[in-house]
Design a protein around this ligand. Structure first.
Ligand code: GDP
Length: 310
């Protein structure tokens, strides 16, 4: 439907895990990718975002920039998660509109669905119930971003769309144990425990919550697919359609890393939402499927992390 060849595409947040994967994926589309580091454009400053878009005049904007973090970071920095994300998305979408950007792709996240949404979560479950308290700050900001894309479509006829990626992982992820998500945390913990010869690793919570995971390269592929093939008000879930328990994930990571010790649970840490498997029906019906299985994805991510930490 939309040809990306010869289009100028700004990937906001190109240094992050998703943004860098999108930049890699766009290499084969014959488009011109533009990026801007924080030292060039501070996305929290409206005038800087406006000048950047007025100077570069992209046809398409992919919004992979956001303040993100795991369960602990979300819970302890509510103001930053709400304020930073609101500012970044509002600045970019308004400047995109005033600079005649044709297509804008906003990214939500599966954690912004209601805590007790039906599983697998269909797109229309958004705003149908209370949020998970540990990340409601981030969720409110991201819901506002989806609503902004819809509002600019309604009021100005802009072809702005949103995607809802599941829990992502892959090269370039944040491996800081205080702010990371579970996948990089487990890879790091298992690797370091193996190196030190520890007898156990500690996993937060009960290990019973279920999570769905998608490799960042699969996510980037889906996002480019949506940019080319989707135009609609409703956001589209981007996931694998399968989930595992945190304990199953821990066992898989330990196998890949080669750590054979015990798994200990730290019950003072929160479990978060019990399950958040998204329905993948809509994106499948549009014609997209992931291609990187969980085992393969964990293996390549572990190799990347090991090379980095050596
Ligand atoms: P969430 O998907 O928004 O809840 O964010 P996380 O990826 O941070 O956490 C997912 C689940 O993994 C939660 O139940 C955590 O308690 C659990 N978990 C187990 N060990 C860890 C860990 O070392 N770090 C993180 N971030 N989560 C962990």
């Amino acid at each position: 439907m939309h040809n990306l060849s010869r289009k100028r595409i700004w990937v906001a947040g190109h240094r992050g895990m998703v943004g860098s994967a999108v930049v890699r994926r766009l290499q084969s589309e014959g488009c011109e990718v533009i990026t801007a580091g924080r030292e060039t454009v501070d996305l929290m400053r409206q005038t800087q975002v406006e000048s950047f878009l007025a100077d570069t005049k992209p046809h398409v904007v992919v919004m992979a920039a956001a303040k993100v973090g795991g369960i602990l970071a979300n819970d302890t920095q509510p103001a930053s998660f709400l304020y930073d994300n609101l500012m970044i998305e509002a600045n970019i979408i308004e400047a995109a509109h005033t600079n005649e950007v044709e297509r804008f792709l906003f990214l939500g996240s599966s954690c912004i669905y209601p805590k007790f949404a039906p599983q697998p979560i269909p797109e229309d479950a958004l705003l149908n119930g209370p949020l998970e308290p540990t990340n409601e700050w981030y969720a409110i900001a991201k819901i506002a971003g989806i609503k902004l894309a819809q509002a600019y479509r309604k009021q100005y006829g802009r072809d702005y769309i949103s995607a809802m990626p599941t829990n992502l992982y892959g090269p370039g992820d944040n491996f800081d144990l205080n702010s990371s998500h579970v996948m990089p945390a487990l890879i790091r913990k298992a690797h370091e425990a193996k190196m030190r010869g520890d007898k156990s690793i500690t996993v937060w919570g009960t290990g019973t919550p279920r999570r769905e995971f998608l490799h960042a390269d699969d996510c980037a592929d889906a996002l480019v697919f949506l940019l080319k093939n989707y135009s609609g008000e409703e956001h589209v879930n981007v996931g694998s359609g399968e989930d595992v328990t945190i304990l199953e994930l821990t066992q898989l990571v330990c196998d890949v890393v080669g750590f054979t010790g015990e798994i200990v649970h730290d019950l003072t840490k929160p479990d978060g939402t019990p399950r958040k498997l998204m329905s993948a029906d809509k994106i499948r019906d549009l014609g997209w499927r992931p291609s990187i299985g969980l085992q393969e994805g964990v293996e390549t991510t572990y190799r990347w992390y090991r090379d980095l930490s050596n």
